[in-house]
Design a protein around this ligand. Sequence first.
Ligand code: HEM
Length: 187
Amino acid sequence: MKGIVFTEFLGFVAQRYGEDAVDDIIEASALPSGGAYTSVGTYNHAELVTLCDALAQQTGVAVPVLVQAFGFHLSGSFARGYPAFFARCSHLFDFLESIEAHIHKEVQKLYPDAELPTFTVLERTASRLVLDYRSPRQMGDLAVGLIKGSAQHFGIQVRVDPQAHDTADGPMVRFVIDVAGDTSIPV
Ligand code: HEM
């Protein structure tokens, strides 16, 4: 997993829980990297899981809640760091549809060793997008936070209903994303 995810995660922890919390979870985690990350480095994904477990332990907040909140935070960092990916879309659903074909393709060019998930659009109407997520890393909660954070960027609110499935190709999460209220997006 790319270091940018780790540096953003520690930034999220510092902002929400203070710098001491960052030191505490690194100390509690006995990480192979020692917790010293650079944004262009590559680290074992398991370290992020360990850090999230340590944060849950120390804060008493459940891991999925923390990971979703981190995803929300990360979408803000992406909007600042990669504004062009947002600017080329005028609607949330266009943006989400572009992750697979455009955004993560460009990310892979920037970071050839990035390990990215797969998104497939199953259905799109003015008020609903159904998106299937597949990844051996199973970071569906991160995706929920990223979707909600991106929605805020595009000025709408969405309900995200994640439905986990076991398929022949491995685990899959189907996100049913509904625009809340009557601010539906023209297709
Ligand atoms: C400007 C927008 C975006 C950028 C620049 C971006 C970039 C990245 C990067 C650098 C990684 C780490 C890859 C690695 O660690 O090897 C990543 C992973 C990931 N991205 Fe994106 N991303 C963007 C938007 C999104 C959105 C909107 C979603 C959610 C629907 C999403 C879902 C994910 C997930 C779930 C992962 C974790 C890895 C996995 O599941 O296998 N990304 N992305």
